[in-house]
Every structure is written in structure tokens, then in C-alpha cells.
Ligand binder design. Structure first.
Ligand code: SF4
Length: 441
């Protein structure tokens, strides 16, 4: 068992060394939340964690596959491109242009660097693909996104042809809002070799979707091997979303990715107007994430999981995948950490891809050192001026006879001010050898 150390739980820590160490991160998180509020939105005052954990349990019983620590849930089927996305290796998404025929208030592109410039540019996506071919041993998946890529259908078709000419095995996909898709364009994309089209459905605040987009999706099913939907779930729209899921299932599409609704640090007034608040703890672990999507809105994850449970109970045939913000952040951590040469005190977590260590403090230090010495483990960091002893979390079971509070650290490769790579501790949580299990790492 791992106990999350937050501003709510830090006060109950008895070990003063651990408490002082943990307070650094609690205070940093407090500063981050202050910055979120200063941007103009409210942050929700409590967590939905217990409610979501109960829903995950029900989903597992109903036959869904709970992945990535509950941050991704799959019912029936998942797109091969989503499979490749977890580590991000051999999988790239290229922005053709940031220009779009719509202007959604929740558009996460507005959080992209150089959004203004990007709206007036059409990027050389073929060169981007060629560079990635050199970077990855095996290219598995290539996608075009925007803005709205179908503003330039010929360029989309040219890109897909180029990818397929390189290797027929690379999965190709396009993200679109569907407004500009016509049967002719769909045919052109099919002939170019498109494997998957993802319609970003944008329900209005009541959860209603434009019927014209559903019509063009019915057309797309005739031409494109995999037709998918990506849609955020706005809190308060669950009943409408349920109806929509049944309609989508009848259409014979491959699947739906239901997404956590995000706040991309823009248009706070729109979020406040609709009563949307940022989730109590927007990131599990605070880090310098580059994903431009923004922060999760409170209540969206719960409604996503309830919607998935409804689909399981109704035995829909299409694939349904819940993809949370945390699920999207995973691949960045993987990229930072996967090939780090580890010391004897560090472990690469297969669960969330952070590098982890254990730490003991104060009166426990000497006892831990003795136990590790007795077991012949000499990989620990300790000197007489240390306020802690640091060792591999895999050794925690050696200490199980003693009831004590230890830290489980989370570390990630980052860059210092001079641009050099450094391994940075970014969070600590609390573990106790009496309740610790190897799968907690
Ligand atoms: S349709 Fe998509 S890309 Fe266009 S403004 Fe809306 S969210 Fe942004």
C-alpha cells in the first residue's frame, strides 16, 4: 500500500524527517494550485478518488480491462494506434496546421507554443515523418492532426501515400472535426491508404451532437477500415452521452475514445460560466509536462467511467476506451526515463515509468542500515551527515518486522538551467514495510 502525501495527509505523518522532506512537495503543489486559480478558474475542493476506485472495480467485474493504474480502461477493443501511444515509441502525430474552421472554447491547441503563428502555417509533415524514420527502429503509427487537417485534403492524401509507400505496416490515421469531410474526400483518403479516421465529436454543453457529423460518419464507415470517435465528457451530460453511445454503436464504428474534459489555461470565463472547476489534484505527480492539453475538469473522469459502465451493461459491440489526461502524460515520462542507467538504489517502475527509491529517516536509519548489511545489500546511500538512508524499494520487504514510515520517491530525468540532463526527485509518498507489496513500486 502507498499513502499519497498531500496537504490533507501530511499532518498525520509521525516521522519528523519524512514530514519535513514531504512538505517541500506539498508546498510546491500549493504554489501550483495558486497559479491555476490565478489563471481565473476554481479548483474543486475535494477528490473523486474513492468514487472512481469503486467504478473501476465494477468495470473490471463487468469485463473491462483496467490499465495504467486505472488511468486507461478498455472495453471490447482498442485501436492499435492507442496501443502504440503508451510509450510513444514508433508512434508520431504531426500537426498539418493549427488553422481550424471552428473556434471551440475548450480547444487545447490554444495552449500550444506559437498558436498564433501555427494558424497561418502549413507544416512540412512529410519531412517530419522522414526524420522520425531515422529516429525510431520501427515506425508503427503516423497520424495527422490540426487544427483541421481536412482544410487541405490533397496534402493529407499525399502524406498518407508517402507513409504507406515507406511501409504498408505503418498505421495511418487522421483527426478531424468532420465538418469538411465529404464522400469524395473520404474516397480519396481511402485510396491513399488511410487506416483510421477519428472524428472529434464536440457535443454542446447539453451533450447534443450535430446530426450532419453523424451522417458523414455513416458514410465513412463504408470507406475507411476503422472509424473512431474522440469526445470529451462534459460533467452533467451523462444521460445525453448514453444515448449517443447507443447511436454510435448502431452505426458500426470501430470504437470511441472517451476523454477527460480539460482546461487548457485559456477562456477561464467560459469554464466558470458553465460551473466547471479544475480537478482537486490535477496532476498525480507535478512535473514539467509538455502535453498541451491542459488540466482535468472535476467530475469528468467519474462520468467517463459511468459511461463506460453503461456501455458494458448494454453490451455494446464497438470498442470503448477511457483515456485520461494521466494516460496521455505517461509516454513523456517513459521517454525521459526508459533508458537511464540505474544505480543499485533505483528501480524503473513498470506501472507509471518513474524511477523510484525508498528512504528511511531519523531513528530508523541505523536499524535499516543494519538490516541491509545483514542481508549483504551494500547499495544504499548514507553518510553520517545524512538525514536519511536511501535504498532500492525492492529491499523494503527485508524490513517488514518493523512498523515505520518510509518514503517512496518518484524521480524523472529533467534538464537543469544549462540544459544538462539531471535525475530529479519530483514527489514522495509514504509506505510502511508491514503493508508494502512489490506491485506498489
Ligand atoms: S474543432 Fe478541434 S481543432 Fe478546431 S477549434 Fe475545436 S477543438 Fe480546436
Amino acid at each position: 500500500m502507498v499513502t499519497k502525501i498531500t496537504k490533507e495527509t501530511v499532518g498525520s505523518i509521525k516521522n519528523e524527517g519524512l514530514k519535513q522532506d514531504a512538505l517541500r512537495y506539498v508546498n510546491m503543489y500549493g504554489e501550483f494550485i495558486k497559479a491555476v486559480e490565478e489563471s481565473g478558474v476554481k479548483v474543486h475542493d475535494s477528490e473523486d478518488r474513492a468514487q472512481n476506485a469503486a467504478l473501476l472495480e465494477k468495470l473490471e467485474k463487468a469485463g473491462a480491462e483496467v490499465r495504467n493504474n486505472g488511468k486507461s480502461v478498455v472495453l471490447n477493443a482498442i485501436s492499435p494506434s492507442c496501443e502504440d501511444c503508451r510509450t510513444g515509441f514508433g508512434s508520431s502525430t504531426y500537426i498539418l496546421t493549427l488553422a481550424c474552421n471552428r473556434d471551440c472554447f475548450f480547444c487545447t491547441n490554444k495552449n500550444q507554443m506559437d498558436y498564433e503563428g501555427g494558424q497561418h502555417r502549413v507544416n512540412d509533415v512529410i519531412s517530419g515523418f522522414k526524420n522520425d524514420l531515422k529516429r525510431y527502429k520501427e515506425m508503427k503509427s503516423a497520424a495527422l492532426t490540426g487544427g483541421e487537417p481536412l482544410l487541405y485534403p490533397d496534402k493529407c492524401a499525399e502524406f498518407i501515400k508517402k507513409v504507406k509507400k515507406t511501409s504498408k505496416n505503418v498505421q495511418t490515421r487522421i483527426y478531424t472535426n468532420g465538418d469538411l469531410a465529404t464522400p469524395e474526400i473520404l474516397m480519396q483518403l481511402k485510396d491513399a491508404g488511410l487506416d483510421e479516421i477519428r472524428f472529434g465529436l464536440k457535443p454542446d454543453e447539453s451533450g447534443t451532437v450535430d446530426g450532419k457529423i453523424l451522417d458523414i460518419m455513416r458514410e465513412a464507415v463504408k470507406y475507411i477500415p476503422r472509424v473512431m470517435v474522440e469526445m470529451p465528457v462534459f460533467p452533467g451530460t451523462l444521460e445525453k452521452m448514453k444515448e449517443l453511445m447507443l447511436t454510435l454503436d448502431e452505426m458500426g464504428i470501430f470504437g470511441v475514445n472517451i476523454l477527460e474534459f480539460l482546461y487548457p489555461w485559456v477562456h477561464p470565463e467560459e469554464y466558470s460560466k458553465h460551473g466547471h472547476e479544475v480537478a482537486h489534484r490535477p496532476y498525480e505527480i507535478l512535473f514539467n509536462y509538455t502535453y498541451a492539453g491542459g488540466l482535468p475538469v472535476s467530475g469528468s473522469e467519474t462520468e467517463c467511467l459511468e459511461l463506460l459502465l453503461f456501455c458494458a451493461e448494454k453490451k455494446v459491440k464497438m470498442g470503448v476506451h477511457y483515456c485520461s489526461l494521466e494516460n496521455k502524460l505517461t509516454s513523456q515520462i517513459y521517454h525521459h526515463n526508459f533508458n537511464l542507467r540505474l544505480t543499485g538504489t533505483e528501480v524503473f517502475s513498470e506501472k507509471d515509468f518513474f524511477i523510484k527509491t525508498a528512504k528511511g529517516y531519523g531513528q530508523d536509519i541505523e536499524w535499516i542500515k543494519e538490516k541491509l548489511d545483514e542481508a549483504g545489500c551494500d547499495h544504499y546511500i548514507f553518510n553520517n551527515s545524512s538525514k536519511f538512508i536511501e535504498f532500492s524499494p525492492e529491499l523494503v520487504p527485508l524490513l517488514k518486522e518493523r512498523d515505520m514510515e518510509l518514503a517512496l520517491t518518484y524521480q524523472a530525468v529533467d534538464f537543469d538551467e544549462e540544459g544538462n540532463k539531471v535525475l530529479r526527485e519530483v514527489q514522495i509518498d509514504m509506505i510502511n514495510p508491514k503493508t508494502f507489496r512489490p506491485e506498489d513500486i
